[in-house]
Design a protein around this ligand. Structure first.
Ligand SMILES: Cc1ncc(COP(=O)(O)O)c(C=O)c1O
Length: 382
């Protein structure tokens, strides 16, 4: 009855943890800021609805928003115009529209492991072949162009890069970015760069965008994280004009157009939510330092200080009955003790012996959560 495309498609492993949530659990499992959207954005949505902006809009988004997005991105790509931007119904839709546009059955897509939970299912849904490259703690969770190069064969079509990265918090350096661009150009790959965390970057680190660096780069972005509007479902794609025209067809046939009033909210965010992002990132910065310190004080845990995102992805060396405890079992044990987090393997096999803790909760709750990790770990440390 079902298409073979659906074989093996499941909800992400993170969902299982949420079934275990008790009323008083500390939740460090979520992938969204614990902030409300900027008040100017909320007001703009309400006003847009009241003023009658409730109809279908242009497929590629309202022109004022495309213009404001182009302005935002001009620092990375000086010649960008509105024709290089389409507004999507979320970063997720942008990812899927891009996969639909480029990947034929059996073509290879290189994707990070560990990586964002939707990359693999999207590749599967377009019947592409998943080729995973590793992001390892020893290399600060940065992609290794040599490894990627070895994985490329004549069927390879697309390379997915995500910096700052979910779940690891790692980022590419300028050199990494340039090497990956050279590699994609040399092998004639589409380079899909997911940059939804581009503004969640901590002092001393710089986001190196792939925008305007390569004619076959497709950059995915979203309003979800930057304005804490994950439930509003709005994102965008920036790419070369011809490429974007094709992606726009996939986008059109799936969603017709992005939600009209919501676009007015995002526009107000870009135009007048002064200081909103900076305040949020400053708060995350403090929490990042706190969680990194706490984790490194727990016997068995090793945490890097993530340069970007709001995720910590420590490794652990803990044992049960003589063997290392799998991340899913450890996450279940933490959940039973009142802490929700995401086990490393929900992001791919190489996430084993890691946990993802999102610091999208109060400092008090981060402390409570780390107390639970400390207590649970004590049972398993060698
Ligand atoms: C790396 C990455 N890309 C894309 C998305 C999707 O964001 P959106 O809410 O815009 O669909 C997320 C959300 O968690 C993410 O972490």
């Amino acid at each position: 009855m079902y298409s073979s495309r659906m074989n093996g498609i499941q909800l992400s492993g993170i969902r299982k943890m949420f079934d275990l949530v008790k009323g008083d659990s500390v939740n460090l499992g979520l992938g969204e800021p614990d902030f409300q959207p900027p008040p100017v954005a909320i007001k703009a949505v309400r006003e847009a609805m009241e003023m009658g902006f409730n109809k279908y809009g242009p497929t590629n988004g309202i022109p004022q928003l495309r213009e404001a997005i182009a302005d935002r991105l001009r620092g990375s790509w000086k010649n960008i115009t509105t024709e290089n931007v389409i507004v999507t119904n979320s970063g997720t839709e942008g990812l899927f529209s891009t996969c639909l546009t480029f990947v034929n059955r059996g073509e290879g897509v290189l994707t990070p492991d560990p990586g964002f939970v939707l990359y693999r299912p999207h590749i599967q849904l377009v019947e592409g072949q998943i080729r995973e490259y590793g992001l390892v703690q020893e290399n600060e969770f940065r992609p290794d162009p040599d490894e990627i190069s070895r994985l490329i064969d004549e069927r390879s079509k697309m390379l997915i890069v995500n910096s700052p990265n979910n779940p690891t918090g790692g980022m590419v350096t300028r050199q990494d970015r340039d090497d990956l661009v050279d590699l994609a150009r040399d092998k004639d790959l589409i380079l899909l760069s997911d940059e939804v965390y581009d503004s969640m970057v901590y002092t001393g680190n710089v986001h190196h965008s792939f925008l305007g660096q390569y004619e076959k780069a497709v950059v995915i972005n979203s309003f979800s994280k930057i304005y804490a509007m994950t439930g509003w479902r709005l994102g965008y794609i920036a790419a070369g004009e011809e490429i974007l025209k094709k992606i726009s067809l996939a986008h059109y046939h799936m969603v017709a157009c992005p939600a009209t009033p919501i676009q007015h909210g995002a526009l107000a965010g870009l135009r007048s939510a002064d200081g909103f992002v900076e305040t949020m990132v400053e708060e995350f910065h403090g929490r990042r330092d706190l969680i990194t310190k706490r984790l490194n004080e727990i016997p068995g845990f090793t945490a890097l200080s993530p340069p970007g995102t709001f995720y910590s992805f420590p490794s652990y060396d803990l044992y049960q009955n003589g063997s290392r405890i799998p991340s899913e079992d450890l996450a279940l044990e933490l959940a039973r003790n009142g802490l929700i987090c995401s086990h490393g393997t929900s992001f791919g096999g190489r996430g084993e012996y890691h946990m993802r803790f999102s610091f999208v909760n109060t400092r008090e709750n981060i402390h409570k959560g780390m107390d639970i990790v400390e207590e649970v770990s004590r049972k398993f440390v060698r």
